[in-house]
Ligand binder design. Structure first.
Ligand code: SF4
Length: 199
């Protein structure tokens, strides 16, 4: 039996239905409490409302998580929810390993790091650059997200590797796997795939 769940934000605030994109960002930020993740979540939500990015409904959080995120960062904002069908994900193991990596590396300063770990993991399941899949407005925003929420992990990206590649490489290193064909990045024919511009 397929289990239905209520998860997705349907873009606009109830009292501002139908106004997508940056106006929603402004709306959210008008209610923001002043935490570092406020503008990052606001960008993601505004982008999703505009069908930009690749995050699943509710930024990949369940309904309770998404409502808690709103209450924590944008108190007073209400977003319409719609129901969607839960599908079986064949990449569950990969998803869970990435999530565990991020949870293990969270800064431990704020509960929103937990939501961020789930959201970043959900975006890693998509196929574009990570900042684009998250619906952020630039790669710099993603670099800030990583440094604020997962500082020790982010600090390991000393050569500014593409973030999605970097996360998967961390997973391989955790498992003691070297999936790279070259002995070092310097001599690797795939260098641009790992370090090229993320635009
Ligand atoms: S550039 Fe080559 S060696 Fe370096 S991480 Fe990428 S695939 Fe591996």
């Amino acid at each position: 039996m397929t289990q239905a769940r209520s998860s997705i934000l349907d873009s606009a605030p109830v009292r501002n239905a139908g106004v997508p994109g940056h106006p929603l960002y402004n709306e959210l930020m008008a209610h923001a409490v002043g935490l570092p993740n406020d503008p990052l979540f606001a960008q993601m939500i505004a982008s999703q409302s505009n069908e930009v990015g690749a995050l699943p409904p509710g930024l990949g959080l369940d309904e309770a998580g998404f409502c808690a995120l709103l209450a924590r960062h944008f108190p007073g904002v209400e977003l319409a929810l719609r129901r969607c069908e839960q599908s079986n994900d064949p990449r569950t193991d990969e998803h869970d390993d990435l999530l565990q990596l991020l949870l293990d590396e969270r800064a431990g300063r704020d509960v929103s790091e937990l939501w961020m770990a789930h959201i970043v993991t959900a975006a890693c399941m998509a196929s574009d650059h990570l900042w684009q899949d998250l619906g952020l407005w630039s790669r710099d925003q993603l670099s800030r997200l990583m440094s604020d929420n997962f500082p020790a992990l982010a600090a390991k990206n000393v050569y500014d590797m593409k973030w999605k590649k970097f996360l998967y490489k961390q997973l391989c290193e955790r498992e003691g796997i070297n999936a790279c064909r070259a002995p070092s990045c310097e001599y690797c024919t795939d260098y641009l795939k790992c370090f090229g511009p993320e635009e």
